[in-house]
Design a protein around this ligand. Structure first.
Ligand SMILES: Nc1ncnc2c1ncn2[C@@H]1O[C@H](COP(=O)(O)OP(=O)(O)OP(=O)(O)O)[C@@H](O)[C@H]1O
Ligand SMILES: [Mg+2]
Length: 882
């Protein structure tokens, strides 16, 4: 339907259930076909962008024809869809008041219609109708021609319409057509347009050159459009003539394309991901921009909401629109066998490729042939030279990613599988000792080869080996990424490795565990849970006990984030005890480092941060013994966080985190943690400017690491100190961003805290209804033993109640919050709830009890050394005294 929608009338019918397709396929009943129109009409309704220079060149050619009363031949060459017809339409619009315009086009099918395009031109000029009788045709044509030579020319031209019974020689027809056009041009400048002349018969092309060479004393611009393959048949088209010019219409710049997108969407905002995806796929071809966009909209991947477009899914894997596929397939169909063999190899190598790789992918030694075939593909404008990354190796790239995709799809799977393997071998070969840098690419190609073998049917032993080799390479890359601190990348790489290992392979449970761990460390609870669950089962089946414990821990932590009510902290404590015992028995230091880190994390819920710091210190010891940077980094990271939330004073905290940074370096995750800590210490000592600067930097670092959870965490700290400093609007912005990120991640565990914090900021902004909503939400989703959310949610609720005059309820809520934190080890959290109690007491007019609560808060803030909190509490106490 998409390929023919403008040429048919059709009505939708019930979707069809088809063999091999899981979903029903939309179907239509064909009612009518309109002949002579394109299946997909090109659109002219959005303003033309760019093209100033080619327009000026066209204008110049026209002016020359008029000024010299000469014939000018102007040819616009360009890839399909680049905008030849559009450019010419725009030009004709500008000259239509000064010239007669006649149009003819060549058709992609049918032999023996050599003069069809000229026929159209004559028909238009002479005003012929479809069913004119032969005499009528001749009469109308004669009326256009001048007196001399009239008879012969009339008869010859009339033959074009099958009206006469003898065929003229080509020269006669050439002469007659030329005379005819010259006659038309006697009354004023004439523009004769021929579109798609790459489909023209050789004799027709001769005719055009004849007109250009021989017409005299008549202002005629012959304007031709063609795709570059015109030069296959006519390498010297227009060459050697003084009155001929040919231009190659280039792709649009990215800026022009962005402008085009904006015009097509009538300036409604488009998500960046969609824009980037379209720009990448279209690479400057306006037709592809239009088609990609309309496909995304038709498929419901882009939806208009108000005045902005929303992406409803991941756009990365969006396929090539069928209209474009058809265009590209037609270009590839024209290739010779040699050319096809070369372009298939290039397509396997990728968008960019080196000549040596192509040669290596052939069985025999045909280096010289490959080079000359590559050059012919360059002439066809399918590929172009590129900057080489290897010394002494010429590099090329596909003109268009979509051409690569089409060439790739066109190769049989068995061929592709073989070529991927050979390409991997070539990389290993050229990379030599530096193969590590290329290992991910090697892994990718082996994986592709394996997957294709798999699709083709039962696997041979050799094919299975290819899969295992791919897994080994991916695993090595994953471990390196993890050591670099790039757990996001590590998770994906381990996932590939695990998926390539067949069930029952002894390495599979461990690999699945690595996937779960990496996703756990980047706080992607959904993905972590799924992988951990698999790991638990497979470790049990393989009898890998210690690993099984670690996998269970990963699963439980993810579970608790996904569904805070579904997994109690006590259950996890029991698991931790079991895990630590089993790992100690196995002498698994790396496992112990992880388990003790989890042991520290479990203290988060009851807010026992000083105990957490002790457990974290044990994790640090084990990690040091293993000597793996990533383990140590995580252990030190959790220790720093425990110190921040616990009782340690700012100067001590800072010293501790600085020395940890000495140990594991300032890169990646630890750089971020260091910055958060600096920001928090600056805030506590009252240096807000520095606190904000460090906080901005911490957020930027988190964004660079690409772990959304860390961004959320830095927002939380920002909100906390902005609220102490009295900037509720800034706090609200920070908390809201935190909330939105966690909501997207499905991290319900942390989201409840974010909701409570957001409620407190909203209260300070006098947005009571919203504050109440978020306070309620926080208490609804928070687990019973999640003390921060429980207490903080109650504080928010208490403040709202007090503002509404429900003083008894307010005081009850605040007292509950105080009680919840009775055993906590967090002076700042505890001080905050005491201050809330003080506030609601004062609001209730209980000025006898309020000072006691405020002084309790003051003591806690002083213990931690949080200056802004001390200052505001003192101020509060003074207002009570006054
Ligand atoms: N500069 C431009 N600004 C806005 N839209 C453009 C521009 N150039 C082309 N387009 C749009 O892109 C689509 C393709 O352009 P056009 O039909 O002119 O391509 P073409 O080069 O003639 O392709 P073909 O080789 O298939 O004939 C059209 O819908 C056209 O309106
Ligand atoms: Mg065109």
């Amino acid at each position: 339907m998409r390929l023919v929608r403008d040429a048919v009338a059709a009505e939708p019918v019930e979707p069809l259930v088809m063999k091999g397709k899981s979903d029903p396929i939309p179907a239509f009943r064909l009612i009518e076909v309109t002949t002579g129109v394109a299946g997909v009409a090109r659109r002219l309704d959005s303003p033309m962008v760019g093209r100033d220079r080619p327009l000026a060149q066209l204008r110049q050619a026209f002016d020359a024809a008029v000024a010299d009363r000469s014939c000018q031949l102007f040819t616009v060459l360009g890839a399909p869809g680049v905008g030849k017809s559009r450019l010419v339409a725009e030009f004709l619009g500008a000259v239509q008041s000064e010239a007669t315009v006649l149009r003819g086009r060549c058709l992609p099918y049918g032999e023996g219609i050599t003069f069809f395009p000229v026929g159209e031109v004559v028909k238009e000029a002479a005003g012929l109708d479809d069913f004119d009788a032969p005499e009528e045709i001749e009469r109308k044509i004669c009326a256009v021609l001048g007196d001399e030579e009239r008879g012969a020319a009339c008869a010859t031209l009339a033959q074009l319409f099958g009206a006469a019974d003898h065929d003229s020689a080509a020269e006669e027809t050439f002469w007659a057509v030329r005379r005819f056009l010259e006659s038309v041009a006697q009354t004023g400048p004439l523009v004769v347009v021929f579109d798609d002349i790459q489909w023209g018969e050789p004799t027709f092309l001769d005719l055009i050159e004849h007109i250009a060479d021989w017409s005299r004393d008549a202002p005629i611009l012959v304007l031709c459009m063609a795709r570059p393959e015109l030069l296959d048949d006519r390498p010297v088209w227009g060459g050697g003539k003084f009155n001929a010019a040919t231009i190659l219409l280039e792709r649009l710049s990215d800026d022009d394309c962005a402008e085009l997108i904006a015009n097509l969407l009538r300036r409604a905002a488009l998500p960046d991901e969609a824009r980037v995806r379209i720009l990448e796929a279209a690479e400057g071809t306006p037709l592809f921009v239009e088609e990609m966009l309309s496909m995304l909209i038709d498929d419901g991947l882009l939806v208009l909401e108000g005045d902005r477009w929303i992406a409803t899914g991941h756009l990365g894997g969006v396929s090539v629109p069928p209209t474009i596929q058809a265009l590209l397939a037609a270009r590839l169909d024209r290739l010779s066998d040699d050319e096809r063999a070369v372009i298939q190899r290039a397509a396997v190598a990728g968008k960019q490729f080196h000549l040596g790789a192509l040669t290596a992918m052939f069985d025999d030694d045909r280096g010289a042939d490959v080079r000359s075939t590559v050059m012919s593909l360059v002439r066809r404008d399918l590929i172009g030279p590129d900057r080489s990354l290897l010394i002494g190796e010429d590099a090329f790239r596909f003109r268009h990613l979509l051409i690569r995709d089409a060439a790739y799809e066109a190769a049989p799977k068995a061929v592709r599988a073989e070529l991927h393997e050979r390409y991997a071998a070539w990389i290993v070969d050229v990379a030599g000792e530096r193969v590590e840098e290329q290992e991910e690419i090697v892994a990718y190609h082996l994986e592709r080869a394996y997957r294709l073998h798999e699709e083709l049917g039962p696997l041979s032993d050799a094919a299975r080996q290819v899969g295992l080799r791919a897994a080994t390479h991916y695993a090595a890359c994953g471990r390196r990424a993890s050591e670099r601190g790039d757990e996001t990348a590590a998770a994906t790489l381990f996932r590939h490795a695990a998926d390539l290992l067949p069930e029952g392979n002894p390495d599979r449970p461990g690999m699945l565990y690595e996937v779960a761990r990496a996703y756990g460390d980047t706080f992607e609870p959904r993905l972590a849970f799924a992988a951990a669950d698999e790991a638990v089962h497979e470790a049990a089946a393989a009898g890998q006990t210690a690993l099984g414990w670690l996998a269970r821990l990963e699963r439980s932590f993810a579970h608790q984030l996904l569904d805070p009510h579904g997994k109690s902290t006590q259950e996890i404590r029991d698991e931790l005890a079991g895990a630590i015992a089993s790992l100690e028995e196995a002498g698994d230091e790396a496992g112990l480092a992880t388990a003790w880190r989890r042991r520290a994390e479990i203290e988060w819920m009851p807010c026992r941060f000083d105990s957490a710091a002790v457990a974290a210190a044990r994790a640090v010891e084990h990690a040091r013994r293993v000597g793996r940077r990533s383990l140590l980094e995580h252990a030190l990271g959790i220790r720093s966080a425990a110190e921040l939330f616990g009782s340690m004073r700012p100067d001590e905290m800072l010293a501790s985190v600085e020395s940890a940074a000495e140990e594991v370096g300032h890169e990646g995750l630890f750089g971020h943690i260091l910055m958060v800590q600096r920001s928090a210490c600056a805030a506590m000592s009252g240096d807000l400017d520095r606190a904000r600067r460090c906080s901005d930097e911490a957020t930027a670092l988190a964004e660079r690491i690409g772990v959304p959870f860390y961004v959320a965490a830095s927002c939380e700290f920002r909100g906390d100190f902005e609220l102490f400093a009295g900037d509720a609007a800034a706090a609200e912005r920070a908390y809201r961003r935190q909330y939105e990120i966690l909501d997207r991640l499905g991290d319900e565990g942390h989201k409840s805290t974010a909701a409570a914090d957001l409620a407190r900021a909203l209260y300070r902004l006098d947005r009571l209804d919203e504050a109440e909503t978020f306070a309620r939400l926080a208490l609804e989703i928070a687990a019973q033993d999640d003390l921060v959310s429980q207490a903080s949610g109650r504080c928010a609720r208490a403040l709202v109640q007090a503002a509404r005059g429900e003083h008894d309820d307010a005081i009850r809520s605040a007292r509950e919050a105080v009680a919840i934190f009775e055993d906590a080890q967090s002076p700042v959290f505890q001080g905050t709830v005491w201050m809330t109690l003080a506030e609601v007491l004062r609001a209730a007019g209980r000025t006898d009890e309020a000072p006691g609560a405020a002084r309790a808060a003051l003591g806690l803030f002083e213990r931690k050394g949080n200056e802004p909190a001390i200052t505001s509490t003192n101020a509060f106490l003074r207002t009570l005294e006054a």
